[in-house]
Design a protein around this ligand. Structure first.
Ligand SMILES: Nc1ncnc2c1ncn2[C@@H]1O[C@H](COP(=O)(O)OP(=O)(O)OP(=O)(O)O)[C@@H](O)[C@H]1O
Ligand SMILES: [Mg+2]
Length: 280
């Protein structure tokens, strides 16, 4: 097992007296080479789970293991890609991608080779000397992905990496990520609010319930790749995930707006079920 979360609880201190319980009894595994997505309402603790695996946060109780070893600090075996790629604006594309490699014990030639391999994977060789401000949003995210990939991480942790992108760019990056994943065999944990994105990319989708977050259900996507979102297996799963997620969303909204609030009565969604499923 590549990643294991065992009875994980997480609390944050609100002030001297109060604590916020964010995760409650989280148990799940990610197998070597598996692509798992995490879906759930805003604030349920998805990013917190990712940070615990990355070693950027520590558990209040329970354990996170990667390759059988307890995680207690960040490491180059687990690399995170965030929503806004977080590139260094004063560095070229190439310098951004090679940045982490300089921290490893590699020769100049090895760094150069790995960097160019990374850029080839995301089709940005021609932009090696460009600066981030010269790139589109999608290109910047591709640089961020290349920067993560060149580190050859055991586990790639992606926190809504495509959320800020337009639909077309997102579809292109889905294809690229799938190709890369096929080539590298990375173990991936992918956070998204987009049900269809989760179902198109993943072997398994974990649905979380409202805070304190728990894993409510696990959906295995048994559909051949490359996937067609119109495939009946995906469409059926999309409905089921949407129905579960709606229940959780309603809980969040009731907490915020009061008990008489209803998601359905408010007609937040269009009547087209497929549209409903694409973005929450
Ligand atoms: N460092 C922190 N200190 C205090 N509270 C925190 C901290 N990090 C997260 N939280 C709280 O923990 C809860 C879960 O946050 P988290 O970022 O994990 O949610 P999320 O599921 O990723 O939400 P979103 O979908 O909006 O990104 C939130 O209520 C948040 O306010
Ligand atoms: Mg988050």
């Amino acid at each position: 097992m590549k990643v294991q979360l065992k009875d994980v609880h997480k609390e944050f201190k609100k002030d001297d007296k109060q604590k916020l319980q964010v995760l409650n009894d989280i148990n799940f595994d990610i197998k070597e080479g598996e692509f798992v997505s995490l879906l759930g309402p805003s604030g349920c603790g998805k990013s917190t789970i990712l940070k615990l695996i990355a070693g950027l946060e520590t558990t209040t109780a329970g354990e996170v293991l990667v390759n059988g070893k307890t995680v207690n600090k960040p490491g180059t075996d687990r690399i995170v890609v965030f929503q806004e790629g977080g590139l260094f604006p004063w560095m070229t594309v190439k310098e951004n991608v090679s940045y982490g490699l300089n921290l490893k014990k590699l020769t100049k030639t090895e760094i150069e080779e790995k960097t160019m391999d990374g850029l080839r994977m995301v089709h940005l060789v021609n932009f090696a000397d460009a600066y981030p401000h010269e790139l589109s949003g999608g290109m910047k995210q591709r640089v961020a992905i290349a920067r993560a990939l060149v580190m050859d991480p055991d586990v790639l942790l992606m926190d809504e990496p495509f959320a800020a992108l337009d639909e077309q760019t997102r579809l292109v990056l889905h294809k690229e990520l799938q190709n890369i994943w096929r080539k590298t065999g990375n173990t991936i944990l992918f956070i998204t609010h987009n049900i269809r994105e989760a179902l198109t990319l993943s072997d398994r989708v974990l649905l979380m319930s409202t805070r304190p977050g728990k894993i409510k259900e696990s959906f295995t996507v048994q559909s051949a790749r490359p996937r067609d979102p119109a495939d009946s297996v995906i469409v059926d799963l999309e409905r089921r995930v949407m129905a579960e997620l709606e229940i959780e969303m309603e809980k969040v909204l009731k907490e915020e707006f009061g008990d008489d609030y209803s998601l359905k009565a408010d007609n937040l969604h269009s009547s087209d079920h497929r549209d409903m499923g694409s973005n929450i």
